[in-house]
Design a protein. Structure first.
Length: 159
């Protein structure tokens, strides 16, 4: 499966070769694809699965927009982790459990960072919502790349 994904991504790499190395391209392609999947799943869950109704989990009832996020997250979080582990950062030799915990921690931190950046841009700087989200996303993508490269999926020397 890894090779199939890499071969597919590499078809389009020549279009981006002038601007970035292959790892960065794989990172952006996998992350962008997973983000697109999350948006599609969110919309489908919100409008079709939940029919804009609350999601009753028996122990808690979630509003439709939170329920749709929850459903989307349950699918895209493991896909994002697997793409990162096996396609983007495949040379990392850290144990998968370590990578998984670090990835989960990163996702939580990114969500918190996104929240505070949106509060800053919209409520303090008085920017419009969409430019604020775009700016926040750019900051988080850079943070994500650096965090995953040098922490979550780093390669440990075996001296």
């Amino acid at each position: 499966m890894y090779q199939l994904i890499v071969n597919f991504l590499d078809i389009f790499y020549p279009l981006f070769k002038r601007f970035m190395n292959k790892r960065t391209y794989h990172y952006l392609a996998c992350g962008g694809g997973n983000t697109l999947l999350a948006l599609v799943l969110y919309s489908y869950s919100f409008h079709t699965l939940l029919n804009e109704q609350n999601l009753d989990l028996k122990i808690i009832e979630l509003k439709p927009h939170i329920g749709a996020f929850f459903i989307s997250f349950l699918i895209t979080f493991p896909i994002g982790f697997l793409l990162s582990r096996y396609v983007v950062w495949h040379e990392s030799n850290l144990p998968w459990k370590t990578q998984f915990v670090r990835h989960m921690t990163f996702v939580i931190l990114s969500s918190i960072l996104n929240y505070f950046l949106l509060k800053l841009f919209v409520e303090i700087f008085h920017w419009w919502a969409m430019p604020s989200q775009i700016s926040s996303t750019i900051i988080i993508v850079i943070f994500s790349y650096l965090t995953q490269r040098f922490f979550t999926f780093k390669t440990v020397s075996k001296d």
